[in-house]
Design a protein around this ligand. Structure first.
Ligand code: GLU
Length: 550
């Protein structure tokens, strides 16, 4: 067989050579040890936790080593592509503050190793494909769906492995004239790799997280180019990551199954493969057992979920780092205020098996992260969220920013800041009683505590005592004084020893005031709340509460 003639027949319009291409992708000049990583999402419009999980690892590995982190768009499957898919990808990574050094941008490319959209690289893949054909390493296959189904049926009948290999690779050695006749007749074909692999032999490989692994070689004649001349993931991955100088490929462990194909292709091209890090699947607990997070069942897999609910970016990133590196949590405890960038991220601390995603834990991390922010920071992030997802609340917050910030400042700062807010969508409920239009009075006073008679008296007698100028301790003295005049215990230790001796305690008295003023039995510091609400509003609410008691 004249492979050169075959190559010219199949790729008449390809005139450049692999050398021409290689000249456009010179080795990167980076310092020793600098890592080049990439994320390579498909523009399907659906961005999920897995994308972020990988991207955080990629970004850290690259930037921590003085390397390059880039974005490549894997748009070879046009059926799955949605309009605005690239925009969605760019937005997510800009929201999560994972800056690319190069790669696809909205209206083109930024960088010298592009194009960074695979469909625009069709000629590059075809050039290498032609070169493989010239060496007899690839060939056209004209099998139709029906032909492939018939092969499969036969394999099922004989209990043999499925696929296109060995004796089943029926178009492997089609004579030139036959190929030419089919091409002249316009028959579509895919280009397949001629595998020399055997299931009897094994390939060894060292994954940076999973360690040394061994697999049978690939014996399948995999498709390199589909009938439209666009490559499969396997072929595109090998060519792109080589030309773009990727040193470390971080990708989901679902790719381990096809890794022998990738290693085989790198060898066929005469290239050194990158280092691989196959990341553990994200799992969740479901009814006592672990299972993979699923797009269909778990809304929390989608990154949109976090945006809509109002999880702050810093918290999600922080939580993902706890999943990525087993020592991150301890580091954070020891360095509560250090920026994430100062954590020494390493593949050595990555988990080998499924990472358990626990949304409650994320919630705790989030409370911590928000509790360490200043009131100004909280205000900015909260209003940014509300503007998009709760415009009515946004209008209320933005009406008097100083008032809103003063609310958010309650219990902030200091060694043990309050942890009232977990996600922005809960902030409205937390802050509601500060705004008359959101305040929902609840004067049930029904739980334990004071009798209706004492409740009524507390509400009646307190207004005369209240002075907004009082500081915290003067304020509390007055509540104590009120408690004493009602016959309630003012010393909680005393009270706990002998509760039967009193009709209630100072805590019960302040709970009555709290319920009247905030509509709830728990709240941040009541004295501060009352100061912010102002005398008039406090008096109105006390009177309204009193009126409900008849
Ligand atoms: N487009 C592939 C995916 O989304 C990329 C895998 C890789 O990073 O190599 O799964």
């Amino acid at each position: 067989m004249d492979y050169h003639a075959l190559a010219d027949l199949l790729f008449a319009d390809i005139t450049q050579t692999p050398e021409d291409i290689a000249a456009k992708y010179p080795p990167r000049q980076l310092k020793e040890g600098a890592k080049v990583t990439r994320i390579a999402p498909s523009p399907t419009g659906f961005m999920h936790l897995g994308n972020l999980f990988g991207a955080i690892a990629d970004e850290r590995l690259a930037h921590q080593s003085g390397g390059i982190f880039y974005l490549r768009i894997e748009d070879t499957d046009q059926k799955r592509e949605v309009e605005g898919g690239v925009e969605t990808i760019l937005k997510v990574f800009s929201d999560y503050e994972l800056p690319f050094d190069e790669g696809a941008v909205l209206d083109g490319d930024n960088g010298l190793y592009g194009p960074y959209r695979q469909r625009q690289r069709a000629k590059i893949y075809q050039t290498y494909a032609k070169w493989l054909v010239q060496q007899g390493k690839a060939y056209p296959c004209f099998c139709t769906e029906a032909d492939l189904a018939a092969i499969r049926e036969k394999q099922a009948e004989l209990k043999e492995n499925f696929g296109y290999y060995g004796k089943y690779a029926v178009h492997r050695d089609m004579p030139f004239d036959e190929v030419k006749a089919k091409i002249d007749a316009g028959e579509p074909f895919v280009l397949r790799f001629r595998s020399e692999g055997s299931l009897e032999r094994r390939v060894k490989f060292n994954d940076l997280v999973k360690g040394t692994m061994e697999f049978p070689e690939n014996d399948q004649d995999v498709v390199l180019l589909k009938s439209d001349g666009i490559p499969t993931y396997h072929f595109a991955h090998v060519i792109d990551d080589h030309l773009m100088g990727t040193t470390h490929v971080v990708r989901g462990e679902e790719w381990l199954a096809t890794l022998p194909i990738h290693l085989q292709l790198f060898a066929a091209m005469g290239w050194k493969p990158p280092k691989y890090i196959h990341t553990a699947q994200l799992m969740k607990m479901d009814g006592g057992s672990k299972r993979k997070l699923s797009k269909r069942k778990d809304p929390e897999l989608a990154l949109d979920f976090y945006k809509e609910q109002g999880y702050c970016v810093a918290a999600v990133k922080e939580y993902i780092l706890t999943l990525l590196n087993s020592n991150f949590e301890d580091w954070r405890l020891a360095n509560p205020d250090a920026p994430l960038e100062s954590f020494n991220f390493t593949t050595k601390k990555m988990g080998v098996s499924g990472a358990l995603f626990d949304i409650d834990k994320l919630g705790d991390v989030s409370k911590n992260v928000i509790s360490r922010m200043t009131a100004d920071e909280v205000y900015d992030l909260l209003t940014e969220w509300a503007k998009q997802y709760d415009p009515d609340f946004y209008a209320i917050l933005a009406r008097d920013p100083a008032y809103s910030k003063a609310i958010l400042a309650i219990g902030r700062g200091g060694k043990k800041p309050r942890k009232d807010i977990m996600i922005w969508s809960q902030a409205k409920d937390y802050m509601s009683f500060f705004f008359d239009e959101l305040f929902v009075p609840d004067f049930s006073f029904s739980q334990d505590g004071l009798s209706p008679e004492l409740t009524r008296r507390a509400l009646e007698e307190y207004p005369a005592l209240y002075d907004p100028a009082d500081d915290n301790s003067a304020w509390f003295e007055k509540v104590k004084g009120l408690a004493a005049s009602l016959g309630c215990a003012t010393d909680m230790r005393e009270y706990k020893k002998n509760p039967e001796a009193y009709p209630g305690s100072v805590t019960d008295v302040s709970t009555v005031l709290r319920e009247a003023i905030t509509g709830r039995r728990n709240s941040p510091d009541l004295c501060e709340i009352m100061k912010l609400l102002g005398r008039e509003r406090v008096m109105k609410r006390l009177a309204a509460a009193r009126a409900t008691l008849g």
